[in-house]
Design a protein around this ligand. Structure first.
Ligand SMILES: [Zn+2]
Ligand SMILES: [Zn+2]
Length: 75
């Protein structure tokens, strides 16, 4: 279980901290952001590493490969 998870919605900065928010453990994998109901990102989409580091809210990146965790904004 990754210690952190973030919302996949670009405009939402919700971050799950599994160490604090123990209730979230029971909601995974049907975990959705409680704010906007978007999918939640648990793993880096480039290297599939779990989110071991708390991602930044403005520009969340993987702690291993530094890939952006959220999909780039579509224009
Ligand atoms: Zn959200
Ligand atoms: Zn990565």
């Amino acid at each position: 279980m990754p210690p952190f998870a973030i919302c996949s919605n670009q405009s939402c900065i919700y971050t799950f901290d599994m160490q604090v928010d123990k209730e979230s453990h029971f909601k995974i994998p049907s975990l959705l952001c409680p704010k906007c109901k978007s999918k939640v990102i648990l793993y880096c989409r480039e290297c599939y590493s779990p989110l071991f580091h708390r991602p930044g809210q403005q520009d969340p990146r993987c702690g291993y490969c530094m890939a952006q965790l959220k999909e780039p904004m579509r224009r």
